[in-house]
Write a protein that binds this ligand. Structure first.
Ligand SMILES: C[S@@+](CC[C@H](N)C(=O)[O-])C[C@H]1O[C@@H](n2cnc3c(N)ncnc32)[C@H](O)[C@@H]1O
Length: 365
């Protein structure tokens, strides 16, 4: 689609903590200009709004922005403002035209759905905010469109978070956050967007050897393939990565096989990450999410496990290689890597399963 003066901004919903990484993906992959980012939301402009926006991997959902504010009063008088902004601010005709170009309308009368989300204590209910949006939308699209709760062709969203609100048209569907490869789920399985953020932070290069020594259902390995399978070298050949994974639990290895098999060639084995069947200095990137304390039979096991795994990761990593690790117990990991020739280059604080956690990036010197 050719850029027009009237092209709207876009916004992405992201897992809290991943705003910066998502902003980097938007800037680097789509040439986007980040306008603003707040808890769980990144607002940006693109040179062209086209289907490539749906290829973002660190975002949970993407939208065309109709309007946004940071100035809600939390009082019931906000409702009239929500209605007015929805009615007057956006060029809904233009937004719908861009939406249809990215998500072609199915045959027949389109279906639509209105969604309102509200975080924080306000002097009105979520349903009242939804009604205010509905009133503002009156007459903005053909009356023949049918409301639908599930799989609607067009979704109008209003998200209120404290004093901020954004309203827009959803461009993505559930496959952006859930992906299509994930058939097998394990209780401690990572969100694909979190795994994608770890893969971005690993800064992969062609022909590298990548390993997840505690791969669970294989989400990180699947995201390695997803992030690189369309990349080409100058001669048109692919990146030709060697992707390896394993887990102590054979059932988890089978789950990983089922998730990763179709997406790219991956060597998977049952193994103990404390004693990997890999040569010294044979790996360029270790990307992994070791168990959190509460996933072990006793949280006291975490220190010795991290210690043994870190020594083994260091053995297999080449110098100049990187380790990207997601843990809840950052102190246990820091102690485990003390004395190794590893330099921490970045830390991204996130929440996983309601718990504080961090992605730590190390470079082996
Ligand atoms: C938090 S889960 C990883 C989840 C994975 N990233 C995913 O998305 O499904 C941690 C994994 O470490 C595995 N694990 C625990 N101790 C291990 C060891 N010594 N060697 C290899 N894997 C181990 C567990 O079986 C579990 O699958």
């Amino acid at each position: 689609m050719t850029p027009g003066k009237a092209d709207p901004a876009c916004y992405a919903m992201v897992h809290p903590g991943l705003e910066e990484v998502a902003g980097e993906e938007i800037a680097q992959e789509l040439g986007g200009d980040i306008k603003k980012s707040g808890l769980g939301i990144v607002v940006f402009r693109l040179p062209d709004i086209d289907r490539s926006i749906l290829e973002l991997r660190t975002t949970e959902d993407v939208f065309l922005l109709a309007w946004g504010t940071d100035q809600l009063s939390y009082r019931a008088e906000d409702l009239e403002r929500l209605r007015r902004w929805t009615q007057r601010e956006p060029d809904w005709g233009r937004l719908l035209q861009i939406h249809h170009a990215i998500r072609p309308k199915p045959k027949g009368k389109p279906t639509y759905h209105l969604v309102a989300q509200m975080i924080g204590v306000h002097g009105y209910r979520r349903i009242d905010a939804l009604k205010a949006m509905a009133q503002g939308l009156a007459g903005k699209f053909p009356a023949s469109w049918k409301p639908a709760d599930e799989n609607a062709a067009i979704e109008f969203w209003l998200t209120i978070n404290g004093a901020s609100a954004v309203c827009g048209l959803r461009l993505s569907d559930r496959t952006m956050r859930h992906r299509t490869y994930k058939h097998e789920h394990l209780p401690a399985s990572l969100r694909p967007t979190m795994a994608a953020a770890m893969v971005r932070l690993a800064d992969l290069k062609p022909k590298q050897v990548i390993v997840d020594p505690m791969c669970g259902a294989g989400t990180i390995l699947a995201e390695v393939h997803a992030a690189t399978r369309s990349r080409r070298l100058h001669d048109g050949s692919g990146w030709n990565l060697t992707v390896l994974g394993g887990d102590l639990d054979a059932h988890h290895v089978r789950a990983a096989e089922s998730n990763v098999r179709k997406i790219g060639p991956t060597r998977l084995s049952p193994w103990d990450a404390r004693c990997l069947p890999l040569d010294d200095q044979s790996v360029d990137r270790v990307i992994s999410n070791p168990p959190f304390g509460k996933q072990l039979s006793s949280p006291g096991e975490i220190g010795p496990l991290y210690q043994a795994v870190a020594v083994e990761m260091n053995r297999v990593l080449r110098s100049g290689g990187k380790a990207v690790l997601l843990v809840a117990d950052v102190d246990a990991l820091r102690q485990a890597v003390q004395g190794l020739p590893w330099r921490r280059t970045r830390q991204v604080n996130v929440r996983v399963l309601g718990q504080r956690a961090a992605i730590l990036v190390y470079r082996k010197d």
